[in-house]
Design a protein around this ligand. Structure first.
Ligand code: HDE
Length: 695
């Protein structure tokens, strides 16, 4: 709430002049920075092009105009083919426990040191300008500027991937992207081509069920987990290798929205996640993750009931615990979106000595793809020289020239071996990167899929059976929603055949919601196993019961009680929540004549943007608001999204009483402040079956 509204216009104090057309010239004073061309030539007029007379044609000689327009014409670069929409932040990595026994990499052996990093989160399918809240996987890419070179941990918010072999990636992406003939749907998997592809590729079933779960619609980027998916290798001083899968665990826990909420948020604020990241960092609420590793030997891996080189398989935490060895804190929002968030280029092949790759065929394909894509996206093999991509440790090599070369090497010698310039860099057996000396099987060369990759149903079955009842209902409803958008009957039916192999109850619920008969179960290439339940894959009930990271919306209007608003604000903020004031007008006079500035007007700040809501309004205002559909939706949505609502007498009499809102444990009067604060830490999921027809 901003009480000190300042209406003074700083432009008045500047060196302003009006031109003939009333346009504003911001003239530089003696000590102001002077506007120049790219060549450093000072500019005298940035408002008018050079003309032959006041009404005459514009002259071609106007180099100021031409340079300005020319640069503008080339402002766009191709967006990422996948993960185009992203938001990022700077921060640091700190190791809390050394992994010296397993690796020589300094970043994993030197504790207590803060190493700078840059993290970019993304959606996968949508283009750069699409919304933040589609049902989608989230990318979770971290570039750690270690003293032994950059380490790019390019992961997702789900521990498995859709396909097992890089060969299938272009097909997967073509299937989920807008259909090529019609150019839609944008940022959505709910269409025929996606479900056609996945229903013909049973290996996708595991990632698809994660996508259909609440993890596909996160509440905030601060509340997602990160997974490297593939097994990597750690190599120690003795050259011994241990497999590692890495994890990021959000301190705020994993939290999601409901589907109805996600759909409405995308209209209310397409930048919902980006804004949340920006605001939380600017408020000093720095997002934080624990860094954990699952470590296992080749021998242990050989006893897993699946192949760890198969990226469609996770290693349940209950089988190999996640050892927490460090943390990441994001504490600075980028200064410039394009220069940093857009130009950052991640490559899983960027690893420091002591970390190496496994033979996962998906990872092997990725090791080529990322370097390749940066060439067409950033336009030059010199993309590593862009400040956000450049290592922060010394680097030197003999690569030369190319588009946008920023370095000016002062030497005759850009080759090796050489005997002319002793200052030039040399290789180092002692400190250099060395691949693990793996003994390979004498297998037969061919386009082969390992038989150990054949079980596509046991893990999605384990995932579904590990969920709470309410999450299972969300998953079934998500399948029903997505398949409801699929017009081709045989695609829907084929998908149901796979669901039967995952869980008969799931298949029946989805079939019922679609009004379809269950088909034969799909043929399974390997026997389906009943694995142990893994509570760690749930979201409900796993996040800490806390107000930290949550947002409370308080509805006020003319004459609202200032003391009451402050009471709620203070109580929420004391527990780490943020508060936004919503009002019918931007500026509102309260009962004690204080004029405050609302953060949003009601139509601009629907309740989907908050975790819990409060209403403090006077009877005359309540009567008026009772006729406003945005206000009625404000309360109805908060209720159907299972949120805590605190109401005053006038709200109850003139608004709530007209709406299908039951006074359950989470709908409480203003006087029950403590109850509201407790409720606001979670949602009343038991309300959901009363307000929504779940599958
Ligand atoms: Fe990516 N992926 N990917 N991917 N990926 C890209 O690289 C690719 C895969 C992931 O914020 C592209 O710079 C192939 C798995 C993230 O800039 C491209 C395959 C995982 C990001 C590419 C995969 C990811 C990307 C597009 C299968 C999780 C965004 C733009 C073999 C472990 C990074 C770019 C950012 C981006 C290729 C599969 C994560 C085309 C070929 C598995 C987080 O190179």
């Amino acid at each position: 709430m901003n009480k000190n509204i300042d209406h003074t216009d700083p432009a008045k104090d500047m060196n302003m002049e009006r031109g003939n057309g009333g346009e504003t010239h911001q003239r530089a004073g003696d000590d102001t920075k002077i506007l120049t061309t790219q060549q450093g030539v000072p500019i005298s007029d940035n408002q008018n092009s050079l003309k032959a007379g006041p009404r005459g044609p514009t002259l071609l000689e106007d180099f100021v105009l031409r340079e300005k327009i020319h640069h503008f014409d080339h402002e766009r670069i191709p967006e990422r083919i996948v993960h185009a929409r992203g938001s990022a932040a700077h921060g640091y990595f700190e190791l809390t426990e050394s992994l010296e026994e397993y690796t020589t990499a300094k970043i994993l052996t030197e504790t207590g040191k803060q190493t700078p990093l840059f993290t970019r989160f993304s959606t996968v399918a949508g283009s750069k300008g699409s919304k933040d809240t589609p049902r989608d996987v989230r990318g979770f890419a971290v570039k750690i500027y270690t003293e032994e070179g950059n380490w790019d941990l390019v992961g997702n918010d789900m521990p498995i991937f859709f396909i097992q072999d890089a060969m299938k990636f272009p097909d997967l992406v073509h299937a989920v992207k807008p259909e090529p003939d019609r150019g839609f749907p944008q940022a959505a998997s709910a269409h025929d081509t996606f479900w056609d592809f996945v229903s013909l590729s049973p290996e996708t079933m595991h990632n698809v069920i994660w996508l259909m779960s609440d993890r596909g619609i996160p509440r905030s980027l601060r509340m997602i987990e990160g997974f490297g998916i593939h097994s990597y290798r750690l190599i120690n001083k003795a050259g011994k290798s241990t497999f590692m899968r890495f994890h990021w665990k959000p301190v705020l826990g994993v939290q999601s929205t409901t589907w109805d909420e996600a759909v409405k948020i995308s209209g209310a604020d397409p930048d919902y996640h980006r804004r949340d990241l920006f605001e939380s960092i600017n408020n000093g609420d720095f997002p934080e993750w624990e860094f954990g590793v699952q470590l296992f030997t080749e021998e242990e891996a050989s006893k897993f009931p699946f192949d760890h080189l198969d990226a469609t398989k996770m290693i349940p935490e209950e089988m190999v615990p996640v050892k927490i060895v460090g943390k990441m804190v994001l504490n600075r929002y980028p200064d410039n979106f394009f220069a940093e968030t857009e130009q950052v280029a991640f490559c899983p092949s960027h690893v420091p000595p002591g970390i190496d790759f496994s033979n996962d065929p998906l990872l092997q394909g990725r090791l080529f793809s990322y370097l390749d894509t940066q060439l067409s996206r950033l336009g030059s093999p010199n993309f590593a020289q862009i400040p956000i991509n450049a290592p922060k440790c010394p680097f030197a090599n003999n690569q030369q020239d190319g588009h946008m070369q920023m370095q000016v090497p002062k030497t005759r010698v850009l080759y090796e071996p050489q005997s002319l310039d002793p200052t030039r860099p040399r290789e180092s057996v002692k400190r250099g990167f060395a691949s693990f000396a793996e003994t390979l099987d004498d297998g037969v060369k061919g386009r082969i899929r390992a038989e150990s990759f054949a079980d596509h149903y046991s893990q999605p079955r384990m995932f579904y059976r590990s969920q709470t009842t309410i999450e299972q209902a969300h998953i079934a409803s998500a399948y029903a929603f997505e398949l409801g958008k699929v017009d081709t009957a045989h695609v829907r039916s084929r998908t149901l055949g796979h669901l039967r192999n995952i869980d008969e109850d799931l298949a029946s619920r989805v079939a019922k919601a679609l009004g379809m008969e269950l088909p034969e179960a799909a043929d399974a290439a390997a026997p389906i196993q009943d694995m142990e339940i893994s509570p760690a894959v749930r979201t409900i009930g796993l996040s800490p019961k806390s107000l930290k990271g949550r947002m409370i919306g308080i509805l006020v209007a003319e004459g609202s009680k200032h003391s009451e608003i402050e009471k709620y604000e203070k109580a929420a903020q004391a527990q780490g929540a943020s508060v936004k004031i919503i009002a019918p007008n931007k500026e509102v006079t309260l009962d004690d004549d204080t004029i405050i500035q609302a953060d949003e007007r009601v139509a601009g700040g629907p309740s989907v943007m908050f975790d819990a809501v409060v209403s403090i309004i006077m009877p005359d205002q309540a009567k008026k608001l009772a006729k406003d559909s945005a206000t009625l939706d404000w309360f109805t949505d908060a209720y159907v999204h299972c949120k805590a609502i605190s109401y005053c007498g006038a709200t109850d009499e003139f608004i709530l009483s007209k709406l299908p809102i039951e006074k359950d444990a989470f709908v409480t009067p203003l006087s029950d402040l403590d109850v509201f604060i407790e409720n606001a830490k979670s949602r009343l999921w038991e309300r959901e079956p009363k307000v929504r027809d779940l599958a």
